[in-house]
Design a binder for this molecule. Sequence first.
Ligand SMILES: Cc1cc2nc3c(=O)[nH]c(=O)nc-3n(C[C@H](O)[C@H](O)[C@H](O)COP(=O)(O)OP(=O)(O)OC[C@H]3O[C@@H](n4cnc5c(N)ncnc54)[C@H](O)[C@@H]3O)c2cc1C
Length: 403
Amino acid sequence: MTDPDPHSLPPYPLSPGAAAAETELREEVRRFVREHGLARRYVELDVQPSFPKAEWKALAQLGWLGPRAPRSAGGKGLSLAQEAALMEELAYGGGSVFAKLVLQPEFCSPLLHGSPDLVGRWYTPMLRGELLVGNQITEPNAGSDAAALSTRAELQGEEYVLTGTKSEIAFAADAQAAIVYATVDPSRGSHGITAFLVPQDLRGIRTELVDDLGERWMRRGTVHYDQVRVPRSLRIGEEGRGFQYLMEELTPERCLLGLLYLAVARASWEESRTYVRDRIAFGRPIGSFQGVSFPLVEDLARIEGARLFGWSVLAQLAGGERMDAGSALVKWLGNETALTALDHAMQVHGGSGYSRRWPHEQRWRDVRSGTTAHGTSEILRVVAARELLQLPSGKKDRPHGSS
Ligand SMILES: Cc1cc2nc3c(=O)[nH]c(=O)nc-3n(C[C@H](O)[C@H](O)[C@H](O)COP(=O)(O)OP(=O)(O)OC[C@H]3O[C@@H](n4cnc5c(N)ncnc54)[C@H](O)[C@@H]3O)c2cc1C
């Protein structure tokens, strides 16, 4: 296997109209990628799945975990564009792992609706890399239709009693706490859903792990709640507002994820370019055969086209527009485009492409999670079609897809 160290790769191109602060940040991230050997760590974390604690702490020291978090809560208060630049560079140099570490606290931003005590005790330490907080929405019978979740939270005195099962949960093995979405009243549909910060060592919680195709370092699992007593003080915000809090962050996340997948694919594209110039068949570099070169040039056009679309949606989001449909489509297009490009990268590498000798297959397996997590490819298009075609929803709780 050749050294996957990103030293040999050209720097990822700048986003359109990048500001000086963003350019500097990109250079800083590239240094970080090199100094921490993230390309090598990426491969190791797939072979021996574990939570990358050292890199997580190092990212935290630079204020890069949840970089958009407000300064008042201990965050760095970076812009959406800066966060996108940070994630693109990490994804380009170190696959999806480290960029997803950056994003994880953003998924937990509903915590900011909690009391100052909750924010100080759980949110700020999460930004400092002192504790990992997961998100638990999906259930065996409620995934895309997240509003149909049935985990119950019954108020008894000063405690809520939680009973139910959460499935497909990332960081099930490693999170010290999770934001758990449960209903205080199933008859209220999404308006009964309430968010709780639940320490994962409470009595009555049992976890089983699953063996995944990709993103193996996330160590996903099923989490069972059997009469778990959660102090009332750990309720996040108001009763019945959990679903709303969840949806608020989903839109920017989807846009960032689309850009993340594209950056991962671009890394494989650069490596493929080098390979097809060096590899000889029938006395010529294989890149001189159109069967090899056409898919590669088409992929570059698609990657950069999808990326431009992503940055344009990002700019509108930063300008205060809602962009639910746009973000859904950026994630869908970014994911589809990246999967196709990664498949081509494997193909041009011939027999070696179908092995761990190159990181392409791992990148493909990891990016493949994006067809399901944070809204499936189908639900993303449901969201986009409903808004863009102005369709009546036909249902009280409209599908958004969960985490
Ligand atoms: C790597 C990974 C990490 C994850 N991490 C978490 C996590 O940390 N926390 C968490 O809560 N969840 C997590 N999930 C779960 C994820 O959010 C759900 O799997 C997802 O929302 C889909 O739900 P489901 O699996 O129940 O599939 P279903 O909702 O049962 O869907 C099955 C299929 O039917 C399709 N479908 C459903 N409804 C429609 C419709 N209206 N129109 C068209 N097609 C439809 C779907 O697109 C899908 O292809 C994770 C998943 C993965 C893969």
